[in-house]
Design a protein around this ligand. Sequence first.
Ligand SMILES: Cc1cc2nc3c(=O)[nH]c(=O)nc-3n(C[C@H](O)[C@H](O)[C@H](O)COP(=O)(O)OP(=O)(O)OC[C@H]3O[C@@H](n4cnc5c(N)ncnc54)[C@H](O)[C@@H]3O)c2cc1C
Length: 420
Amino acid sequence: MTSPHRPRVVIVGAGFGGLFAAQALARTAADVTLIDRHNYHLFQPLLYQVATAGLPPSDVAWPIRSILRRQRNTTVLLGEVTGIDRQRHSVQINERAIPFDYLVVATGSTHSYFGHDDWQSFAPGLKSIDDATLIRRRILAAFEAAEMEEDPQRRARLLQFVIVGAGPTGVELAGTIAELARFTLAADFRRIDPRSAKVVLVEAGSRVLAAFKEPQSAYAQRALEKLGVVVRVNALVTGCDAGGVWLGAERVASATVIWAAGVAAAPAGRWLGAPIDRAGRVLVAPDLSLPEEPTIFVIGDAASITLADGRRVPGVAPAAKQQGRFVAGVITDRIAGRPGTRPFVYRDTGNLATIGRKRAVIEFPRLTLRGWLAWWIWGIAHIYFLVGVPSPVVVSLRWLWEYLTYGRGARLITGAEHAD
Ligand SMILES: Cc1cc2nc3c(=O)[nH]c(=O)nc-3n(C[C@H](O)[C@H](O)[C@H](O)COP(=O)(O)OP(=O)(O)OC[C@H]3O[C@@H](n4cnc5c(N)ncnc54)[C@H](O)[C@@H]3O)c2cc1C
């Protein structure tokens, strides 16, 4: 490269993909700029614990600045990216333009309400710390309002929680809310019995955890039902409002509806004017660059990648991390004058989902397991995941403590909203 300055690498998004790319560029002779609209890197796999009052937000998110404070070649900017100018090679943060020689777009995904965006205010999804604290507030406020409520019908509505979507996040939320009601809150109220709360898990498809094999799905459904969760499969939500959801003509009354049903890519495709798939993910070349634009890469949940064997790379954290490291390697090679191209190779690390505090299902490439042992493997895998973020030991210990005591340390209602 003949530019008068050191090559400038701009990374948009400090999630798993973007952060791992930035860290892998630590020794590259380049100036790296990492931009995120939040000042924290979020560990999404444990976000449901914040939403269900198990962990405080500070245990699942860490300031990006502090993670990268020793990385001298990297600047962190807090800002909402609003566009990308491919001609000028710059990223827009409102009026400001940040120039780049190499760009990595790692903006992740967002909720999809399948064309019903007006449902969002009644049924928040779980993607950010703000989402998690909003859901936590709604769950806890519903129990408080039920304690005050005299009318049995309204009380029943307050004590009915609906989760839409039975993928891993929906299953985790349903199991944990059921346990919150059955164990943690059981002795805390006088006028209501929190154990009478009902959790309804609604799934449009024919089984829970559809990404897993059938026996695992069946096991997960049985485990949820043992916790008192009502599982409704083949049930399509056709309406959602302040009173609950509609499943066709059937009304399921609820003051707390949580959306865990669909994801859509953040607007990277629109910014780049690049081809996208049905979920809005950018279709990238085998080396994760834009076709005919070898200096712009899209990775993680924002990218759609089909491998040589026809498999699609799933939207999971290990895939985003692997892609982050991979593009950092490609960029480092180009800067060092080693052009050439090689395709991204995905190493499948398997599928895991937990059902409450005792059961989980796992499908590793060579091992399929369910039950309590799977739960412990799930737990250890998440602790292993935490390596690389600040204080993994503290988080793991706090989490273990919550597990052993059924404590719900983060049970504060903050913010203005109340259930009614
Ligand atoms: C609740 C939940 C639980 C999950 N559990 C698991 C699990 O157990 N195991 C697993 O493997 N995967 C899990 N996932 C999926 C996993 O978290 C994602 O696949 C992974 O985070 C994708 O990484 P990413 O870097 O592409 O995007 P993200 O990690 O989502 O990061 C995107 C980043 O881009 C930033 N950003 C977005 N738009 C802009 C903008 N316009 N300007 C500036 N910054 C922007 C965001 O603030 C964010 O920091 C879970 C996801 C969720 C939501």
